[in-house]
Design a binder for this molecule. Structure first.
Ligand SMILES: [Zn+2]
Ligand SMILES: [Zn+2]
Length: 391
């Protein structure tokens, strides 16, 4: 596959032009988790026009489009995420967000356009035997829309032998992909610690108990978890990302709020992180005369590929001329993990780097690279063809 505008194979110039246009429309009208109503309407209308059977309502705004052919019970799922992020766009592109403060900064507009284009091609294939379900999922960012779809019966309504998803990866060159056996993305936890002390005059600190000083000690101590409690061979992250306290110069506030995120692969490491955060918060707060209220949530499990599905994905990618690279797993997280817990499959990264300045995912200057559309479309179509080829 060429690294630029590929008009051979299934991604014809017409199809690519439509995919770019859909991607730009989606980018211009981004919607946050579980509010992807306009997006879902657009997807459902397109799928119906291509002749797919359309189901709506899983996890609220979820859409599933199905093509069934022949008599085989074989079936696969292709998942795309639809949600945007609460970021004020600074990309400066003509199709920039018209929804102020909301932005497709993770390229889910590209994933959706790729899946739509692949659905259109697959609907016109005469030689399939089995079913393919195109799964458009809400609320990937933080909120676990994938989990809700599975809990609400995604794979009971639409049984899949295997399920696949891709993420555009701006750190990888165009024309490349990564589909590892096993670990791809880390498990994700969040914590919120409320340190309660006793507020007082800033000039008379001995009359209160200082929640801010306690917080400062705790933030430092939390950094001992990865360095002192986790096996150095095991990946782990503990990051404090928010601290909120106080309103003015001369008042020591009553309380301080600390929030942050944790990542791991090994479940024992996940247990150790959770336990240590709680113990450090309670004991340091106690030592300084404060109390700590801790809320810890394990949000996403690790995203782990089924090795045969990953190998199949790599074979299909190589067959299209994509360069299959090796890479370390990411400490980012992905709620496709829940789909992979229910059904074996593969999550892959698709190269999407731009020449020159190449802002990363979640940057206010990020815009999905349309040059990556062709590779994504051809990969999904080839996976469907190979999985459901008529005997
Ligand atoms: Zn993201
Ligand atoms: Zn994403």
């Amino acid at each position: 596959m060429s690294k630029s505008k590929n008009t051979g194979g299934t991604a014809t110039a017409d199809l690519l032009a439509d995919a770019v246009s859909w991607r730009h429309q989606l980018h211009q009208h981004p919607e946050l988790a579980y509010r992807e109503e306009r997006t879902a309407d657009f997807i459902a209308a397109q799928l119906a026009q291509f002749g797919l059977k359309v189901h709506r309502g899983l996890a609220g705004t979820g859409v599933v489009g199905t093509i069934s052919r022949g008599s085989s019970r074989r079936s696969i799922g292709i998942r795309a995420d639809m949600d945007a992020l609460p970021i004020r766009e600074e990309s400066g592109v003509a199709h920039a967000s018209s929804n102020s403060g909301v932005m497709h900064a993770c390229g889910h507009d590209g994933h959706t356009a790729i899946a739509l284009a692949a659905a259109r091609v697959c609907a016109s294939l005469p030689d399939l035997d089995g079913s393919v379900h195109f799964i458009f999922q809400p609320a990937e960012e933080n909120e676990g829309g994938g989990r809700r779809m599975v809990e609400e019966g995604l794979f009971k309504l639409f049984p899949c032998d295997r399920v696949y998803a891709l993420h555009n990866w701006p750190a990888l060159p165009l024309g490349t992909c990564v589909a590892r056996d096993g670990a791809m993305m880390a498990a994700l936890g969040t914590f919120e610690i409320r340190i309660r002390g006793k507020g007082c005059h800033g000039a008379m600190p001995h009359e209160g108990t200082d929640a801010i000083l306690t917080t400062a000690q705790l933030v430092s101590a939390l950094q001992s978890i990865v360095s002192r409690n986790v096996d150095p061979q095991q990946p782990a992250v503990v990051s404090v990302t928010q601290i909120q306290a106080g309103d003015t110069w001369n008042v020591i506030p009553d309380e301080c709020l600390i929030r942050g995120t944790t990542r791991w692969y090994d479940e024992q490491v996940g247990d150790a992180i959770e336990e240590r955060i709680s113990l450090l918060a309670r004991s340091i707060a106690g030592g300084f005369g404060c109390s700590a209220e801790i809320q810890y949530q394990r949000r996403f499990p690790a995203t782990v590929n089924d090795p045969p599905a990953a190998q199949f994905t790599r074979e299909v990618a190589r067959g299209l001329g994509l360069e299959v690279l090796d890479a370390q797993p990411s400490m980012g997280s992905e709620d496709f993990a829940y789909l992979l817990h229910a059904v074996p499959g593969c999550y892959l990264w698709l190269g999407a780097a731009r020449p020159g300045e190449n802002p990363g995912l979640h940057s206010p200057r990020y815009d999905f690279n349309d040059e990556a559309l062709a590779a994504g479309i051809e990969l999904w179509v080839a996976l469907v063809r190979r999985s459901l080829a008529a005997a």
